[in-house]
Design a protein around this ligand. Structure first.
Ligand SMILES: Cc1cc2nc3c(=O)[nH]c(=O)nc-3n(C[C@H](O)[C@H](O)[C@H](O)COP(=O)(O)O)c2cc1C
Length: 171
């Protein structure tokens, strides 16, 4: 599979099979996170792997849609603002670094036949409380992980993405 084929296979999976994810596959997904680049190589992120049913329920409750409860694993992407690189103008690169790590995660998962979905529309403060996080840590995204119950449509980008002519400017 080429990189572009893999990128097209990743899709937002919102329906999961009732099937556990093998621990080796979770480890491989996390290894992809580990090798991600970050500003100054500060790696200001960590991931909580939530498999425990009770905790999963509490984390899923911070998101308004119930499909999340069906995912066998939820990864909580945490950003550590005390560790992230700040440019001289003050810009904090925590979100950028964490997003790259999450992108590695979702693509590695897709290669293993696993589905994921970025979730940012959750109650981050509530999640912060559930995980009892310190003040400098932020719950940036929830990433469910599991076997998709639907087949991916690899041609969807033809319609669902803006044309390159709109996205690029050659000079
Ligand atoms: C930063 C970010 C936040 C997102 N938040 C949510 C979310 O809260 N809930 C959701 O169902 N999808 C969420 N998505 C998924 C997008 O809706 C999805 O990536 C987009 O529609 C393209 O579809 P695809 O991922 O299947 O290619 C998010 C995606 C990104 C990148």
């Amino acid at each position: 599979m080429t990189f572009l084929e893999l990128a097209k296979r990743r899709f937002s999976t919102r329906k999961y099979l009732e099937q556990d994810v093998e621990e080796e596959k979770i480890q491989q997904v996390l290894e992809a996170v580990r090798v991600a680049p970050s500003a100054h190589n500060y790696q200001p992120y960590s991931f909580v792997v939530v498999r425990d049913a009770e905790l999963r329920e509490k984390i899923a409750a911070t998101y308004q849609y119930s499909w999340l409860k069906k995912a066998p694993v939820i990864l909580v992407a945490l950003g550590d603002h005390s560790r992230s690189w700040r440019r001289s103008d003050g810009k904090d690169h925590c979100d950028i670094d964490t997003a790259i790590a999450i992108d590695h995660l979702t693509l590695q998962a897709a290669e293993l036949g696993l589905g994921t979905c970025w979730i940012c529309m959750f109650n981050s403060m509530e999640c912060h409380k559930v995980l009892d996080l310190p003040g400098h840590m932020e719950a940036i995204a929830l990433i469910p992980l599991g076997y998709p119950a639907k087949e991916v449509n690899v041609d969807r980008h033809d319609e669902k993405r803006r044309p390159l002519s709109e996205l690029t400017r050659w000079q």
